[in-house]
Design a protein around this ligand. Structure first.
Ligand code: PEP
Ligand code: MG
Length: 565
């Protein structure tokens, strides 16, 4: 290959550990309108060409849906439906009759259609993203170009993108995707969460990733957040050696989570579906610390029925047997809108009627959910360590309301999430009302630092090493100590082996994370005693900056930990 790109090392944030090397595949960007196309002179013939192209797009999407996991099938099927929308085809005809070129006619008609959907609001407005996807795919079909998004991979490759949208990630698998590199996205982005779930090495916020070209050979280290373009043979061998050392270090750790001196810390999995539960239950871990039930509700026109929910919850409880399962009640609103629970437009949805606030308005949704959980608990012999918790609790009244709502269903344990600073500050009093709390560090970072968690550019503010965030965790743990009640962490921070040490040092009693991260966290805990974790925690909270906090902890780690990163 004559055009081998120069050797270069790029840095980003490692969000899913592991190493790999292989060819780069780029997410294909949408090509847009063909600026050199002639005007339409035969609207009927061109209208037919558009219909054929849209039909091909619909068929391709349905074929993709067939191989997609259950949770993502509906996304692809709804998009496919839009591709055969007769109203849309007619609007394109109108543009063609004016003499507009064929791809521009598609573009302009979709623009008008999108404006109409946006005006209708709610569920209709949410279809605009899918509509644009249909537009881009149809234009590619007409121009004879490959479909945009993740190309169909034939050889195992490393995926390079600006960021990944949920629909794009629908069919990714570890067998064919060796690694994921994005120039945007943050540690709590879809890409990061998905990569960790699939155990694919991943680096986000990679500076210089936009310059990577198709077919360049890459090496990725998802632990330290490094990407090498055109790596030398020695570098590839060094990474492979790191992988071997990591595998050996992990192989030595199994069983309950505990520090070197035997202080127990429950290690749990974050899940979103019954399928996730079955996969997670096969790992060596102690249950689930966060079941995000909203995945049952999203991308639907109507709420899931009592029977449907009972079925799913039963499957989840069955998967874990007697192990712990912490179910979070519906956390919708903001970035997770529901078509059937639209409370109207909000200027600041992240600060709006989301999470428990939505459940307080739509009590019917919560009632059905609790009834289904109680039925599933009974159906599985009431043997699991089932705990139910509310998302986004801000006040004592809300905690009291939720507790009073859940108890009559006979569900054994009631708790709340701490993801708003007010809850962290009042943890002591909140814990006197409920059985446990679980800290959602993703949202707690967002609200403590006033930084939108979806904005990659704000990643430094959202770092869980921010001393202010750690002080919020400390305040929550103080409440746990004072009341003798457990304090868990179920945000992404819980799966970082270094931060896990700090969190345990602060007093956290359980950590919930992507199942693939449990082994590393367990091994990291086993290398350190509780007193060292407490010292690390004290230094980290007192540090002036996030970087200083991390550096202070790194100075205290057991050298063998480096093999795990
Ligand atoms: C969190 O905010 O940390 C959390 C676990 O909830 P989610 O990521 O689902 O908002
Ligand atoms: Mg949250």
């Amino acid at each position: 290959m004559s055009n081998t790109p120069a050797h270069q090392i790029l840095h980003g944030i490692g969000v899913s550990a592991g190493t790999a090397s292989g060819p780069a595949v780029l997410i294909i960007p949408a090509p847009g309108v063909d600026t050199s196309e002639p005007p339409s002179t035969d609207a009927v013939a061109d209208g037919q060409r558009v219909r054929d192209a849209m039909k091909a797009v619909g068929t391709a999407l349905l074929a993709k849906a067939e191989h997609a996991p259950e949770s993502t099938k509906p996304i692809l099927e709804t998009t496919a439906q839009l591709a055969t929308d007769r109203g849309l085809a007619k609007s394109i005809d109108k543009e063609l009759k004016k003499g507009t070129g064929i791809t521009k006619a598609v573009h302009d008609a979709v623009e008008q259609y999108a404006a109409m959907l946006t005006q209708l609001g709610g569920y209709m407005a949410e279809r605009v993203t899918d509509l644009y996807d249909v537009r881009d795919r149809t234009i590619c079909e007409l121009r004879g170009l490959p479909a945009p998004g993740v190309p169909d991979l034939v050889t195992p490759s490393i995926l390079v993108a600006r960021d990944l949208a949920p629909a794009e990630t629908a069919t990714l698998s570890k067998d064919i995707v060796l690694g994921i590199i994005t120039s945007e996205g943050g540690p709590t982005s879809h890409t990061a969460i998905l990569a960790a779930q699939l155990a694919i090495p991943a680096v986000v916020q990679t500076k210089g990733a936009d310059a990577i070209t198709v077919g360049s050979v890459l090496a990725i280290d998802g632990g330290v957040g490094e990407v090498i373009i055109s790596p030398t043979t020695e570098e590839v061998e060094q990474l492979a050696e790191r992988s071997r050392r990591r595998a050996a270090a992990l192989a030595g750790s199994s069983g309950e989570g505990a520090t070197r001196d035997g202080h127990k810390v429950k290690l749990l999995a974050n899940i979103g579906t019954a399928d996730d539960a079955r996969k997670a239950a096969a790992y060596d871990l102690e249950g689930s610390g966060l079941f995000r039930t909203e995945f049952l509700f999203l991308e639907r026109d109507t709420a899931p029925t009592l029977e449907e929910q009972t079925q799913t919850y039963t499957e989840v409880l069955e998967a874990f047997g007697e192990r712990r399962v912490v179910v979070r009640t519906l956390d919708a609103g903001a970035d997770k809108p529901l078509a059937f629970a639209d409370l109207g437009e909000e200027e600041n949805p992240a600060l709006g009627r989301r999470g428990l606030r939505l459940s307080m308005v739509r009590e019917d949704l919560l009632d059905t959910q609790l009834e289904a959980l109680a039925a599933a608990y009974k159906a599985t012999g009431s043997k699991s360590d089932l705990r139910v918790m509310a998302p986004m609790v801000a006040t004592l009244e809300e905690a009291k309301w939720f507790d009073a709502k859940v108890r009559p269903y006979g569900l054994p344990k009631v708790g709340i999430m701490v993801e708003i600073p007010s809850a962290a500050i009042m943890a002591n009093r909140l814990l006197s009302l409920v059985d446990f709390v679980s800290i959602g560090t993703n949202d707690l970072s967002q609200y403590t630092l006033a930084a939108d968690r979806m904005q990659g550019a704000l990643a430094p503010l959202l770092s869980p090493w921010q001393p202010a965030l750690l002080a919020m965790v400390r305040s929550t743990c103080d409440g746990g100590r004072a009341t003798g009640k457990p304090v868990g962490v179920c945000g992404e921070a819980g799966g970082d082996p270094l931060l896990a040490l700090v969190l345990v040092g602060l007093g956290v009693t359980s950590l919930s994370m992507a199942p693939s991260k449990v082994g590393t966290v367990r091994a990291a805990l086993r290398l350190h005693d509780l007193a060292t974790c407490q010292q690390m925690a004290a230094f980290a909270v007192d540090a002036p900056t996030a970087a200083d906090a991390k550096a202070a902890v790194e100075r205290l780690i057991a050298p063998a930990l480096l093999d795990l990163l």
